[in-house]
Design a protein around this ligand. Sequence first.
Ligand SMILES: *[C@@H]1O[C@H](CO)[C@@H](O)[C@H](O)[C@H]1NC(C)=O
Ligand SMILES: *[C@@H]1O[C@H](CO)[C@@H](O)[C@H](O)[C@H]1NC(C)=O
Ligand SMILES: *[C@@H]1O[C@H](CO)[C@@H](O)[C@H](O)[C@H]1NC(C)=O
Ligand SMILES: *[C@@H]1O[C@H](CO)[C@@H](O)[C@H](O)[C@H]1NC(C)=O
Ligand SMILES: *[C@@H]1O[C@H](CO)[C@@H](O)[C@H](O)[C@H]1NC(C)=O
Length: 233
Amino acid sequence: MASVDSTGSGVSGRLRSGDLLHAGLVVALLLGVWSVGGLEVSTGKVSSIEAMNGSTVLLPCTYSSCIGIKNLFFSWRYNDNGTMLTLCQAVIPIEGVEPRVAVYQERVEFVGSSKSNNISILLWNITFEDEGDYICFARNPKEKNRNHSAVFTLIVVDQMKEVDNTLTTIIVSVLGGVIGLVIFVMVIKALVVHFLLKDDEKNKECLVSSSGNDNTENGLSGAKADNKGTPKA
Ligand SMILES: *[C@@H]1O[C@H](CO)[C@@H](O)[C@H](O)[C@H]1NC(C)=O
Ligand SMILES: *[C@@H]1O[C@H](CO)[C@@H](O)[C@H](O)[C@H]1NC(C)=O
Ligand SMILES: *[C@@H]1O[C@H](CO)[C@@H](O)[C@H](O)[C@H]1NC(C)=O
Ligand SMILES: *[C@@H]1O[C@H](CO)[C@@H](O)[C@H](O)[C@H]1NC(C)=O
Ligand SMILES: *[C@@H]1O[C@H](CO)[C@@H](O)[C@H](O)[C@H]1NC(C)=O
């Protein structure tokens, strides 16, 4: 009986493990289907940047593909009020081979490297017209030419940061002024105390002399009181 029970449980256990295996296969297949996309294009966690006019900004973009790349086409495009402007484009023949990048716009410089799957560009001396969406696009023929892209938003700010600078300047100068004032006040106080002490010494002398007089006065008044007291008694 015990042996039958054990075999029974063993069968059910095998069945369960078989189910698990099936479930695992399904999950693996799903994951596989999920990751068939393979290529991924990313502009990093921060997909928008604020930069000052006249500065030079890095538009970061990287790609990754678990199934590998072959003749990966990539481009950077700028959404100029609806019309797409190609900034640069190239084909990476195979992994690790640097692309020959065609650059179509002034002030655009390709700074990526196939060694780090990096297809970033630099945008030199930006102006307010450069504001907008930059699209990092990639297509891997190995994946039936599926398109991948990531958008990077550039916000150009006026040299308003200068205001912050002037603000800090104001704060610093105010602080400096306050410290200077405190020092000035302390110096004045020290001088005043110094002179007051001298005066005090004189006053002490005066007090001593006057206290002597007071004593005599007190004595006199005391005597008067005594005089007043005597008729009462
Ligand atoms: C930035 O823009 C302001 C206002 O248009 C302009 O005065 C300034 O010269 C610009 N700065 C640079 C570096 O181009
Ligand atoms: C962008 O488009 C808007 C209307 O769609 C237009 O008013 C504006 O002038 C355009 N700007 C540029 C820089 O072309
Ligand atoms: C950016 O501006 C600086 C100074 O204005 C200039 O020397 C440099 O050539 C410019 N760079 C590009 C790529 O236009
Ligand atoms: C891509 O390359 C540029 C220039 O070398 C570098 O500044 C940037 O940090 C790189 N980005 C990544 C994600 O490696
Ligand atoms: C990929 O983008 C190109 C234009 O760059 C377009 O012609 C093509 O149809 C797109 N492919 C897919 C699969 O969306």
